[in-house]
Design a protein around this ligand. Structure first.
Ligand code: DGY
Length: 328
C-alpha cells in the first residue's frame, strides 16, 4: 500500500503531480482551511502532512499522528508547529528555506517604494477621477535614494533586502542577535548596531525576524517612539512581531510617516483603525507569492516528504533541528 500524504490546503500542481506519482495523496483543494478536528483526522490517517502557516499543529494534533513521519510546512516560517513536541514524537518538521528570499525581498522593496511615493493612494485617486492636472504638491513623497535602511534580522531575506539597497546608494544598518561575519558585512556594506540605534537612525526600518518569544512585540510604542517622524516601517515577517495597536496609534498621530504591512497581528482580521489610515499600505501576506517561487517551495516540500518516507533525513529540516537529537 502506498503511504498517505495529506495536503491541507491549495498546493501547486507540479508538486502535486510529483507526490501523486508516488503516494496516495489526500488533497484539500477546497480553498477552506481544515478544522482542528479535520487536522487530527489527517494526522491519524497519514504518514506525511503538508501544512500551511494557518494550520495549528499543536500537541493535540501531533500526538494523534501515530504513523506520521513528517510535517512538511509550506513556507519558511514554522511558528504554527509545536516543533519540540514533534521532535519528542519522532516526527520530522521541515520548512522551505533557500527558495523564497529573493521574491520576498522584491516585495519588501515594492513596499518601501510604494509607501515612500504613496503609490496605492495615488492610484486610487487617479482611478476615482480626482486628477485634474499636474500640481507641484500632488502626492509629495520621500526620496529613497541615498537614505538609511535599517534591517532587523539579517537572515536570508534580510540580506537579500540589504543587497538591493546598493542600487539606491543607501546606508545600511542591521541588527540581530549575532553579528554577521566581517566578509558578509563588507559585502552588504552594512553596519551592525543596537536596536535603539537602528530605530533612531533609519529612514526605512524593515523587519525580517522569525516569530519567537523574544521577537513577539519587538516593535511596540517604546520602539516607535525612537523612530524619526519621517520614518517608514516595513513588515513582511510575522504579524505578532509588531504591536499593531501601538502602530495604528502612531500612524494616526503621524508619529512616524508611514508603514507597510504584508503581515499583521490578527491576520487575516485587520486591527481597529487600520482601514482608515492613508499612511498605511496593507497586503494579504504575499511575500513569496510569485509563480516561480511558490512552485519552488512546493517542490522542496515534496522532496522533504519523499526523503522522509524513504527513511532518509529530509533535506530542509527547520533551523536548530540538526543540533538536537531526533527523539524516537
Ligand atoms: C513563509 O514562507 O514563512 C511565508 O510567510 C508563508 O508561510
Amino acid at each position: 500500500m502506498k503511504p498517505t500524504v495529506a495536503v491541507t490546503h491549495i498546493f501547486p500542481e507540479p508538486a502535486l503531480e510529483v507526490l501523486r506519482s508516488r503516494f496516495d495523496v489526500r488533497y484539500n483543494g477546497s480553498g477552506d482551511s481544515l478544522s482542528p478536528a479535520e487536522l487530527i483526522q489527517r494526522a491519524e490517517s497519514s504518514q506525511a502532512m503538508i501544512t500551511y502557516l494557518t494550520d495549528k499543529m499543536d500537541a493535540g494534533v501531533i500526538d494523534r499522528g501515530a504513523d506520521l513521519k513528517i510535517i512538511a510546512n509550506y513556507g519558511a516560517g514554522y511558528n504554527n508547529i509545536d516543533v519540540p513536541r514533534a521532535h519528542a514524537k519522532g516526527i520530522w518538521v521541515s520548512n522551505t528555506p533557500g527558495v523564497l528570499h529573493e521574491t520576498t525581498a522584491d516585495l519588501t522593496w515594492a513596499m518601501i517604494l510604494g509607501t515612500a511615493r504613496q503609490i496605492v493612494p495615488a492610484d486610487r485617486y487617479t482611478r476615482e477621477g480626482q486628477f485634474h492636472g499636474w500640481q507641484a504638491k500632488l502626492f509629495l513623497g520621500n526620496d529613497v535614494f541615498g537614505k538609511t535602511l535599517g534591517v532587523i534580522g539579517c537572515g536570508e531575506i534580510g540580506r537579500a533586502v540589504a543587497r538591493r539597497a546598493a542600487g539606491f546608494k543607501m546606508s545600511v544598518l542591521y541588527h540581530q542577535r549575532h553579528r554577521l561575519p566581517t566578509a558578509e558585512e563588507k559585502n552588504l556594506n552594512a553596519e551592525f548596531v543596537t536596536l535603539p540605534e537602528l530605530l533612531k537612525r533609519s529612514d526605512f526600518v524593515t523587519l525580517h525576524v522569525p516569530l519567537t518569544d523574544a521577537t513577539r512585540h519587538l516593535i511596540g510604542q517604546e520602539q516607535i517612539e525612537m523612530m524619526k517622524p519621517t520614518a517608514i516601517l516595513i513588515h513582511t515577517a510575522r504579524g505578532k512581531v509588531v504591536d499593531d495597536e501601538a502602530l495604528v496609534t502612531a500612524l494616526q498621530n503621524r508619529r512616524i510617516a508611514g508603514a507597510a504591512l504584508d503581515v499583521f497581528e490578527n491576520e487575516p482580521a485587520l486591527s481597529a483603525g487600520m482601514t482608515a489610515l492613508d499612511n498605511l499600505m496593507i497586503l494579504p501576506h504575499i511575500g513569496s507569492a510569485s509563480v516561480e517561487t511558490r512552485d519552488r517551495m512546493a517542490l522542496l516540500v515534496a522532496d522533504n516528504v519523499i526523503d522522509a518516507l524513504a527513511g532518509k533525513t529530509p533535506r530542509s529540516l527547520v533551523p536548530g533541528w540538526a543540533a538536537s537529537r531526533r527523539g524516537q
